[in-house]
Design a protein around this ligand. Structure first.
Ligand SMILES: Cc1ncc(C[n+]2csc(CCOP(=O)(O)OP(=O)(O)O)c2C)c(N)n1
Length: 320
């Protein structure tokens, strides 16, 4: 266990549960035809977003991906407004016009999810440059998948962040597949973190299903970034529990592989660790779970009862 307070451990477990229960609910709501557009669920990868964001201050930034609900929640997004946006409602973060893949909340440093694979990377580098020019000690955590690490944006962005020593933590969420494409088909390396060498920055692989391990490596990267020493590339090995998007049954994944990763469920493992270290007992964990379920139910109720935007509002807040 790490030398963290009981409150911090509880906060991390609570955030992971919020993400899991939120995603389970979104999965159900989609089946009820209440979600316009598609969704990409983060269930199974909670330890990454929570391990990273638990090191960040409110004024630090993150950039996200098409699989962004977990990043939003980990950075402190409002569950009600997030759910409302996914359901296309007026009370959502983008007034119901952005949907699942475009949630942003500048007040908590969440610079935005994006449907364009790899597009969050240059945004993070730009935010890093702005921090450097403003001479603050903020940092940016930039989430992206291993598929995105084959995009030009990754190579150009990481190079620029390196030469200018920008305070960016590049967090590669390696869930083994980009849509249905296994990493080994499109890359001749096993670890994306090896790419750090090419840009002269530290890089490392971490068990992305172990929230404390992710926390620990991020802590060092954040410290380095705050001191003005530049970026770090962290590769988190993890696995999405569901298909790429809601309509993907993920039949391309071998059954044994799915079972192996389900057994390494990050929430189950964290709960076991907490109980083993006597930080929380089973009853306390169940109590937190019940509280989180209520929170999620309230978010769903809020979203369902909220109105859709009016047709006249269609062109408001549109920039391009
Ligand atoms: C520029 C661009 N190319 C292709 C796509 C289609 N696409 C959507 S998600 C995805 C796979 C992304 O894989 P990865 O970056 O590993 O993230 P993951 O879905 O595994 O979290 C692709 C190819 C896209 N949205 N944007």
């Amino acid at each position: 266990m790490l030398n963290l307070s009981k409150e911090k451990h509880v906060e991390m477990l609570r955030k992971m549960l919020e993400i899991r229960f939120f995603e389970e609910k979104v999965f159900e709501l989609y089946a009820q035809n209440l979600v316009p557009g598609t969704i990409h669920l983060y269930a199974g990868e909670e330890a990454v977003a929570v391990g990273v964001c638990s090191n960040l201050r409110q004024d630090d930034y993150i950039t996200s991906t098409h699989r962004g609900h977990g990043h939003c929640i980990a950075k402190g997004a409002d569950l009600k407004r997030t759910m409302a946006e996914i359901l296309g409602k007026k009370t959502g973060y983008c007034k119901g016009k952005g949907g699942s893949m475009h949630i942003a909340d500048f007040s908590i440093g969440m610079l935005g999810a994006t449907a364009v694979v790899g597009a969050g990377i240059p945004i993070a580098v730009g935010a890093g440059l702005s921090i450097k020019l403003r001479r603050t000690d903020q940092v940016v955590a930039c989430f992206f998948g291993e598929g995105a690490s084959n995009q030009g944006t990754f190579h150009e962005g990481i190079n620029m962040a390196s030469i200018w020593k920008l305070p960016v933590i590049f967090v590669c969420e390696n869930n083994l597949y980009a849509m249905g494409t296994r990493q080994s088909i499109v890359m001749n390396i096993e670890n994306i973190a090896d790419r750090a060498v090419a840009y002269g920055i530290p890089g490392g692989v971490v068990d992305g299903n172990d929230v404390l391990a992710v926390y620990e490596v991020t802590e060092k990267a954040v410290e380095r970034a705050r001191k003005g020493e530049g970026p770090t590339l962290i590769e988190c090995k993890t696995y999405r529990h569901k298909g790429h998007s809601r309509v993907d049954p993920a039949r391309y994944r071998p059954k044994e592989e799915v079972e192996e990763w389900l057994a390494k469920d990050p929430i189950k493992r964290f709960k076991e660790k907490l109980m083993h270290a006597r930080i929380l007992n089973e009853a306390e964990i169940q109590h937190i779970e019940r509280e989180v379920l209520v929170e999620i139910e309230e978010a769903v109720k809020f979203a369902i009862e909220s109105p859709f935007p009016e047709p006249e509002e269609a062109l408001e807040d549109v920039y391009a």
